[in-house]
Ligand binder design. Sequence first.
Ligand code: ADP
Length: 242
Amino acid sequence: MTAAAAVDLVKVYGRGDTAVRALDGVSVGFVRGQFTAIMGPSGSGKSTLMHCLAGLDTATSGQALLGGTNLSVQPDRVLTKVRRERIGFVFQAFNLLPQLTAEQNITLPLDLAGRQVERAFLGDLTELLGIGDRLAHRPGELSGGQQQRVALARALVSRPEIVFADEPTGNLDSRSGSEVLSFLSHSVRELGQTIVMVTHDSAVAGHTDRVVLLADGRIAGDLDQPDRDAITAALRDLGGRR
Ligand code: ADP
């Protein structure tokens, strides 16, 4: 089953002489329960693709599908609801609210949606993430790695259909980065979570099931269970073709 898909997705920023075709006909599907990395040179359209699939931006043409919902044709009001109720987000910059405690940050999307928090699942997640004793702290009292683990708990606690992660290890030291990555892998293997992650790091992408390569707003490769060396080689080939 496909959790999310792009069908001939086109995104043009601006118009006339200054128009930029950030996505130039992208078709790709993300299978449920898989961990996928999106990679490619800077400016190749990675963020734009993820933003369109996550309902944070609307495409110029084509379809951005979440389950059976075509996000490209939904009004803002519906997109807000979809983002809150069906999608989890993890950003490079954590994006926690400084005035709320860790626990309040984690449950905020559910609270906004008027949904019950599954206390047992929240307990399991925060124990697994090693932040069980940090829940009353505010983000400013936590390390970067702890803040990103709070963000991971926030993304997963609602059991969303898909989690989009934008360079989730980009701001972390290598130890915290590996912890975040092993938790993401664990949530795919053990919880059946679907995750799509943008990264520029071949070592990070080597922990995923699949790597989708973008170049100039188009799909330029699709690697199944690649190791770090295969990814590095594919990225080098991309660079060579340009
Ligand atoms: P990546 O994430 O791979 O670095 P992006 O999706 O951010 O690539 O950008 C793809 C292209 O679209 C780039 O040429 C970028 O300059 C352009 N772009 C992205 N966002 C905007 C925007 N809001 N306005 C104009 N151009 C944009």
